[in-house]
Design a protein around this ligand. Structure first.
Ligand SMILES: [Zn+2]
Length: 77
């Protein structure tokens, strides 16, 4: 019985890890770090806040420009 629960928990953790990795890959963030994030927005040139550069490794736009970009692509987050 305990073994079943242990296996179920291990399986769940594996699925969660896979899901997170897939999400990062889809977002094009796999293997990126804060150092890959741009200092300034490539669209408007405003500085990108460190918190965003840290939270979104590899980002190249500020939040408003990223939102506009995503609206143009037709996919809301
Ligand atoms: Zn911008």
């Amino acid at each position: 019985m305990t073994d079943d629960i242990d296996r179920a928990q291990a399986r769940e953790q594996q699925l969660r890890a896979d899901a997170l990795r897939d999400q990062a890959r889809r977002a094009g963030l796999a293997g990126k770090t804060m150092a890959d994030s741009a200092m300034d927005c490539q669209d408007c040139g405003n500085p990108i806040p460190p918190a965003r550069r840290w939270a979104m490794p590899g980002c190249v736009r500020c939040v408003p420009c990223e939102s506009a970009q995503e609206r143009m692509k037709g996919r809301f987050l």
